[in-house]
Design a protein around this ligand. Structure first.
Ligand code: KG4
Ligand code: ZN
Length: 419
């Protein structure tokens, strides 16, 4: 089955063409497999960066601009336009006629952005349906997209995870993105339940806010990761931030207190001129390529940038300690065979490394899976996978109705859709 997937929930416009095979029954033999034919993402980072975060109306405008461009590239139609005009019936694109399923993200996310994808998908579906009566349209939860991203592997190769269900389930899945921090128990691919989630900020949101405090650009996650790696080898643990809720028995999280701890640390640094040793400051400033030759005078901001690598590393260590600790505890309690991580924060190499070594030392029989970077951050290939899994479960695909997790929803934008 060939799936065209559309993702516009936040600040990435993404379209993918994915080939899918197999069913959900692990004993069926053929296994569930995916092959990515195209996976295009138009990032809007540069547009939102000056504002320090995503501006919904600008994001919507960019989705409207980018969707036809990406679609034209996928379908190999030049000047593909939106609204989709008469070009479809007359189109010479062979690809269009091979699509069996259109999958589109319906939530959670920014509603004006979600609507652009949904309207685009509906229009495409109505036009194509006149030629292809078997075409289906399915609405997809963005969170399920992340949850299933572990099933994806490189472009033009069939995914390799298939057929290994006995090594995977039951699984503990940690979904860490800009909007969510959720821990789930997956009995199998389609039966899962939420064990806990953040009570305030999502961990990605916390990375973005701390980055802002440190004067780093949006999105903050990759910037904090880079800065933390610059911390001198001989200075681990020079700063210790709290690990909120880490030792509580539940599986909920809280990150806003950690952000506030960083804020207070910076305030104290500003107020206390003796906090940073002069040699350290000089070395750091050289590292930041500040052209400072005077040895005796260091401004407040320079002092903060001097300590920035230590702060970034300490913040990251605190956040990751909580995530890893709780995930491993859940894996022990539920006798999980694997730990899966997903979402933008999961692309952090330090997090992946720490997860791997903790799993190896504490739960040596448990497998650990992290998607490659491009499948951690928002993409449409994961929406195709979730769309196919929904399709296999026989979810209704009437144009204005969609079923997710046993509940009927209209095929409309659902900004607050939960998992
Ligand atoms: O999954 P995603 O692309 O979009 C949402 O669904 O939210 O996640 C975006 C979030 C942002 O908060 C971003 O700062 C964070 O993921 N992120 C990272 C890294 N790359 C992206 N956080 C930590 N380390 C990274 N390398
Ligand atoms: Zn996402």
């Amino acid at each position: 089955m060939r799936i065209l997937a559309i993702e516009t929930s936040c600040d990435e416009t993404a379209v993918a063409l994915v080939e899918a095979k197999g069913g959900l029954d692990p004993s069926a033999g053929s296994g569930l497999r995916f092959k990515i034919l195209k996976n295009l993402v138009a990032s809007q980072i540069k547009i939102h960066r000056p504002y320090g975060g995503v501006v919904p109306n600008l994001a919507k405008r960019e989705h409207l601009k980018n969707l036809p461009i990406l679609m034209g590239e996928i379908l190999k139609i030049s000047n593909f336009q939106f609204p989709i005009s008469k070009q479809i019936p007359n189109s010479k694109s062979k690809i269009l006629n091979t699509i069996d399923l259109i999958a589109v993200t319906i939530g959670p996310g920014l509603e004006p952005c979600l609507w652009t994808g949904i309207n685009f998908a509906k229009e495409l579906y109505s036009k194509l349906r006149t030629h292809n009566s078997k075409l289906k349209l399915v609405g997809v939860s963005h969170l399920e997209g992340h949850l299933y991203s572990f099933l994806l592997s490189q472009k033009s190769q069939w995914s390799i995870v298939n057929g290994q269900w006995s090594k995977i389930f039951p699984a503990i899945s940690l979904l860490v993105s800009g909007g969510h921090t959720i821990l789930l128990l997956m009995k199998d691919l389609v039966h899962y339940k939420k064990l806990g989630e953040t009570r305030d900020d999502a961990v990605g949101e916390c990375f973005d806010k701390v980055a802002r405090l440190l004067g780093l650009p949006y999105p903050g996650g990759p910037e904090i990761e880079k800065l933390a790696l610059r911390q001198a080898q001989d200075r681990p643990n020079v700063i210790h931030f709290p690990r909120p809720m880490m030792n509580q028995k539940n599986y909920d999280f809280s990150f806003s207190g950690l952000k506030t701890a960083v804020l207070y640390y910076l305030r104290d640094l500003r107020n206390n001129s003796n906090q940073v040793e002069p040699q350290r400051v000089e070395a750091e400033i050289r590292g930041y390529q500040c052209r400072i030759t005077r040895k005796n005078f260091i401004s407040v901001n320079q002092r903060i940038s001097a300590a920035a690598a230590d702060i970034a590393a300490a913040f990251q260590a605190a956040a990751f300690d909580v995530l890893i600790n709780k995930t491993l505890r859940a894996a022990k309690e539920y006798k999980a065979k694997s730990i899966l991580i997903a979402g933008g924060v999961a692309s952090n190499k330090t997090l992946q490394k720490q997860f791997k070594s903790s799993v190896k030392s504490q739960l040596s029989n448990v497998n650990f899976f992290a998607p490659t970077k491009k499948f951690c951050t928002d993409n449409a290939a994961m929406i195709a996978v979730a769309g196919y899994i929904n399709y296999l479960q026989g979810k209704p695909r009437k144009l204005n109705s969609v079923e997710l997790r046993g509940k009927k929803h209209r095929l409309i934008a659902q900004g607050n859709l939960t998992i």
